[in-house]
Design a protein around this ligand. Structure first.
Ligand SMILES: [Ca+2]
Ligand SMILES: [Ca+2]
Ligand SMILES: [Ca+2]
Ligand SMILES: [Ca+2]
Length: 635
C-alpha cells in the first residue's frame, strides 16, 4: 500500500555564481516508496554472570534515514549466551508506514568479560608434617562453569618449608582469576623408638652394639646415631646415648646399657696334665689354656719349674684371664734317676811314701760317668803300706744322686816292697870247706864281705846290726872281721825310697882254729874224722899247709876242734823253692828267683780267675797273665 504522504507545492529557486537566481514551482505529491535507510553499528555485548546477554535496537542501530516514521523495528537476535561468543551477524530490520523494509547488518561481538569466581574465597592453608599434594581449587565461571585451577608452581611438597601456590583460573575466554594458597610442611613429631625400652646388651668379652631403630612420621625407619662408642672390648658397664633425628629438627633419645663382664674362667687345653718324668732334671713348659676372652693363655706359677734334684714335685699352675677369672691345674714332676753310673776303672801305680800310700778316686777312675751326675766316688781299700806291695785289687764305687751305684775293680800296683838277701863272700879264696858263711880264726880268710842283694824299688838305705866287727853299718856290703869265735847273726834292714823296709839276715859262724900252746904257734886246729872210724873224730893241730889236704881228701874233716861246730860245712848253693800261702790259695814257684824257665803251681779253692804278675829282681813288672783255677801249671 502506497500511502500519500502529502501534496506539496514547491518552489525551486536556482542561483548561479553570479548570484543570479530563478525560481520555479512544482506540485509535488509525496509518496513514500523509499525504504528506511538503516545504518547499523557493530556492537559488543558482555555476557553476564549467568552467561547471558541481550541487545536492543539502540545497541546496533547507529541511525536511520527515514522520511517517514518507522513503524516497526526488530532484530534478528537479541539474546546471546556463551555459545554465541564471538562475532554474530545481526540483522536490524525496520519498516515504515509504507511498509518499506530496511535492514542493516551489525556485527555483534559477544564477549565474556567475567573472570571465574573461586569457589572458596580464601583458600585455606595446607598444613602437613611431612608432605602434601595440594589439589587444585575450583572456581565457577559464567561460561566455563566449574573450573580447576592451574599453576606453574609445584603442588607436591616433600621438603619442609612454607610455600605459596599461585593458582590461576582461566575461563578460556581471556579472563583469569588468581588465587594463592599457602602450604606449610612442618614436621613437629619426633621419631618413635621401635622398642620402647632397649634391652641391656650383655657380653663377656666384647660387644658391638647395633643401632636401634625408630619410626618417624616423615623419615620412616630411622637408625639411631650416637657419639658414644658402640664397640666394647674392655670389661665394664657402659651407657650408649642413642639419638633418633628425623632430620626435621625433631629428635628422640634413648639410652642403652652395655655390660661387658667376663665370668668364664679359662679352660685348660689339656684336661689332665701328664706327669713330667725325667731321670736327671726337667724344665717344665707352662701349659696353655683357652679363654673365651683372652684366647690362648699360658699358665703362671709361683712354684719352681726347673728341677735338678731327685724327688717328686707338684707345680700349681694358674691360668688368669685378666678379668678376674682363674683356673688352676696341677702337674706332677718326678725326677727319678734309675740309671746307675757307668763306672770305668783304670790301673794305678802307687808309690808309697814313708811306707804309706793312699789312692784317691781319680787314680783309678777312668772317666766314669752318670746320666745325671755322680754324687760320690769311693775306692776301697785306699790306703796301702809296704806289706801291700804288688798288685792290689781295689773297688771303685760310683754313686749317683739317686743312690744308684756301680762298681768296678782296678789294679793298684803298689811300689815297691824291697827284698834282700845276703851272701857271705870271704875276702880270701883259701879253701876252708866250701861254706862261705864260716870263718876260721887262724886260717883262710879272716873277714868276709856281707854282700847284700836288694830288689824292689830304688834309693836303698842300709842298716846293719849289730855293728860289732862290721866295716860299716849303713853300706850295702860291709866287711865283717871277727875277733872272737861265735855265731854272729847280722840283720840287714833295707829301706827303699818308698819307705818300705825289709830285713834279711845272715849268720856267720866263726870258729877259732888257732892252735895255741908250746910248739903249736902258727898251727891250725882241725877235726879229723878217721876214714875207718868215723865215730871217733880227733882234734888235731896241724900245719896250715896240711889243712887243704885234710879238708879235700878226708871226708868229714873240718877246721876247728871237733867240739866246735857251725853246722853244715857244706856249701849251700841250691835255691829252695818258696811257698806262698793264702787261705784256700797256694802258689808254688820254683825256682825263685831264676834266670830261666820256672814253674808256677797254683791251687785255689776259688773258681775265679786270678791275675799273675811276675817281677824281676829290680821290681820291674816282667809279665802278667790270667790264670784259671782250680789247678794251673804254667811253664
Ligand atoms: Ca567468563
Ligand atoms: Ca617427624
Ligand atoms: Ca674368661
Ligand atoms: Ca744315674
Amino acid at each position: 500500500m502506497i500511502v500519500v504522504i502529502s501534496v506539496l507545492t514547491v518552489f525551486l529557486t536556482v542561483t548561479d555564481a553570479n548570484n543570479n537566481s530563478n525560481t520555479c514551482t512544482s506540485i509535488v505529491t509525496v509518496l513514500d516508496t523509499i525504504a528506511p535507510e538503516l545504518h547499523c553499528q557493530d556492537a559488543t555485548v558482555y555476557l553476564d554472570a549467568s552467561g547471558q546477554a541481550t541487545i536492543s535496537i539502540g545497541d546496533v542501530l547507529d541511525h536511520e534515514h527515514e522520511a517517514c516514521p518507522i513503524t516497526n523495528t526488530w532484530l534478528s537476535q537479541t539474546s546471546f549466551s556463551c555459545s554465541n561468543l564471538g562475532l554474530n551477524t545481526i540483522t536490524v530490520s525496520a519498516t515504515d508506514q509504507s511498509s518499506n523494509l530496511g535492514t542493516c547488518i551489525s556485527q555483534v561481538t559477544v564477549s565474556d568479560a567475567l573472570a571465574p569466581v573461586p569457589d572458596v574465597a580464601t583458600l585455606p592453608d595446607v598444613l602437613a608434617e611431612c608432605s602434601a599434594s595440594v589439589s587444585a581449587p575450583t572456581a565457577t565461571d559464567n561460561c566455563a562453569g566449574s573450573l580447576t585451577a592451574t599453576t606453574n608452581d609445584p603442588t607436591s611438597f616433600t621438603a619442609q618449608g612454607t610455600y605459596t601456590i599461585n593458582w590461576t583460573f582461566d575461563d578460556g575466554n581471556g579472563n583469569t582469576t588468581a588465587q594463592t594458597q599457602s602450604v606449610v610442611i612442618d614436621d613437629v613429631t619426633p621419631p618413635v623408638p621401635d622398642v620402647a625400652t632397649l634391652p641391656d646388651v650383655l657380653a663377656e668379652c666384647s660387644a658391638s652394639v647395633s643401632a636401634p631403630t625408630a619410626t618417624d612420621n616423615c623419615a620412616g625407619s630411622l637408625t639411631a646415631t650416637t657419639n658414644d662408642p658402640t664397640s666394647f672390648t674392655a670389661q665394664g658397664t657402659y651407657t650408649i646415648n642413642w639419638t633418633f633425628d628425623d632430620g626435621n629438627g625433631n629428635t628422640t633419645t634413648q639410652t642403652q646399657s652395655v655390660v661387658i663382664d667376663d665370668v668364664t674362667p679359662p679352660v685348660p687345653d689339656v684336661a689332665t696334665l701328664p706327669d713330667v718324668l725325667a731321670e736327671c732334671s726337667a724344665s717344665v713348659s707352662a701349659p696353655t689354656a683357652t679363654d673365651n676372652c683372652a684366647g690362648s693363655l699360658t699358665a703362671i706359677t709361683n712354684d719352681p719349674t726347673s728341677f735338678t734334684a731327685q724327688g717328686t714335685y707338684t707345680i700349681n699352675w694358674t691360668f688368669d684371664d685378666g678379668n678376674g677369672n682363674t683356673s688352676i691345674q696341677t702337674q706332677s714332676v718326678v725326677i727319678d734317676d734309675v740309671t746307675p753310673p757307668t763306672v770305668v776303672c783304670k790301673s794305678h801305680t802307687l808309690n808309697l811314701i814313708s811306707g804309706q800310700g793312699t789312692i784317691s778316686v781319680v787314680d783309678v777312675d777312668d772317666n766314669s760317668s752318670d746320666n745325671c751326675g755322680i754324687a760320690s766316688w769311693s775306692v776301697s781299700p785306699n790306703t796301702f803300706s809296704c806289706e801291700d806291695a804288688g798288685v792290689q785289687i781295689v773297688t771303685l764305687t760310683v754313686t749317683d744322686h739317686a743312690g744308684n751305684s756301680s762298681s768296678c775293680q782296678a789294679e793298684v800296683n803298689v811300689q815297691y816292697q824291697p827284698s834282700c838277701s845276703i851272701i857271705s863272700v870271704p875276702t880270701g879264696n883259701v879253701y876252708t870247706g866250701g861254706n862261705p858263711n864260716n870263718l876260721f880264726l887262724g886260717y883262710g880268710a879272716q873277714s868276709t864281705t856281707l854282700q847284700s842283694t836288694v830288689s824292689g824299688g830304688t834309693g836303698y838305705s842300709y842298716n846293719w846290726t849289730p855293728a860289732v866287727g862290721l866295716s860299716c853299718t849303713n853300706c850295702a856290703s860291709p866287711v865283717f872281721t871277727p875277733t872272737t869265735a861265735g855265731t854272729f847273726n847280722f840283720q840287714l834292714t833295707v829301706t827303699n825310697s818308698n819307705g818300705c823296709s825289709t830285713t834279711c839276715e845272715i849268720s856267720i859262724c866263726v870258729i877259732d882254729a888257732r892252735a895255741s900252746g908250746k910248739g903249736n904257734n902258727g898251727k891250725v886246729i882241725i877235726c879229723h874224722v878217721p876214714p875207718g872210724n868215723p865215730n871217733n873224730p880227733q882234734t888235731l893241730s896241724i900245719s896250715p899247709s896240711a889243712v887243704y889236704t885234710h879238708l879235700t881228701q878226708h871226708t868229714g874233716d873240718r877246721l876247728g876242734s871237733c867240739s866246735s861246730s857251725c853246722g853244715s860245712n857244706r856249701a849251700i848253693n841250691e835255691v829252695e823253692g818258696q811257698l806262698l800261702e793264702n787261705e784256700g790259695f797256694e802258689t808254688i814257684i820254683y825256682p825263685n828267683p831264676t834266670r830261666g824257665v820256672f814253674s808256677i803251681t797254683i791251687h785255689s779253692d776259688s773258681e775265679q780267675p786270678a791275675q799273675a804278675i811276675v817281677y824281676d829282681l829290680t821290681g820291674k813288672k816282667y809279665l802278667s797273665f790270667l790264670i784259671s783255677p782250680p789247678i794251673v801249671r804254667i811253664r
